[in-house]
Design a protein around this ligand. Sequence first.
Ligand code: SAM
Length: 341
Amino acid sequence: MSSAYRVLTALELEGLSDPSSEFAFDVLTGLAESPKRLSSRYFYDDRGSEIFQQIMGLEEYYLTGCEEEILTEHGQAILAATGDGPLSLVDMGAGDGKKTLLLLDRLAASGRSCRYLPIDISEAAMAGLTGRVQDRCPNIAVEGVVSEYFSGLQWLGHQPRWPTAGTTEPTILVLFLGSNIGNLDRPRARTFLRRLWTGLAAGDHVLIGFDLKKDIEVLLDAYNDSGGVTASFNLNLLRRINRELGGHFAVDRFRHFSTYNVFSGAMESYLVSLDTQEVRIDRLQSSFTFRAWEPLHTEYSYKYLLADIERLAAESGFEVVSQFHDRRAFFVDSLWRVKKG
Ligand SMILES: C[S@@+](CC[C@H](N)C(=O)[O-])C[C@H]1O[C@@H](n2cnc3c(N)ncnc32)[C@H](O)[C@@H]1O
């Protein structure tokens, strides 16, 4: 007799999930909290990804330039640390992949077998990136995934490590660049990295971009640029709710505010309501009251000391191979190797 129940696998459930209802549910619950909050991952709709590319070109937003410098100066050493056999390069939250191309160009020129596997929730970013890599590095196999980090990794985990039978199994290098790790507080960063560790084998590597603690004025300027680009990136979250969920936010009745919390070591971004207002969101069949000067939290960006990075690596099962920083020591790309007992 066949059983009267069915065990659903995580992947089957994943197939049923609808990203737009997840967004709707998170807005519903986040705006009902006190203080109100929305996850920074919702910044990156197509328009948000476009604005973020402008942010990366800003003088004040030093992070991109620092990481470009590191990958230009130390790209060779980073890749050499992973050996010279076939490589699977997984790029988590790849964005426009401009900095990753610095590594891909070297790989393409060296003739080393390489498969490039970017993961990003933004389809616009992924479409642009995969096209660019295919044009520029035709000898590199590209297979992008539009998904959340771990759904993407889970999917990749179900693919053969390397598609060509008979070749040496590739080593994996996971990139997590651009200070994406900074969006997570320390306990969540540890859990995230432990989860990443679980899907990797001993000897695989990860390269993580950490923004370092520094002069607070430099930090404040980076998140409050004079041209207001970061403000429009933050406010786009309200526009996204208007577009996708039938929201009625009057965006000019909110202002962007970013500050540094010396105790937690994080830049914190908010949207502050300029007066008392009630905002209806049709798809949620709900209205939300904002008091005058009430903040809506939208992002954390945690800053690190080198010692914090070493502790985080040890706590999540990795050993630090090398810490590569830029000339001003503003930013670190930290290369870790997976240790398994
Ligand atoms: C700060 S940008 C960094 C882009 C790129 N890694 C770089 O260093 O220039 C963050 C990228 O991560 C993606 N992202 C954010 N949260 C994500 C998530 N939960 N899962 C997958 N991608 C995510 C965004 O769409 C965006 O392209």
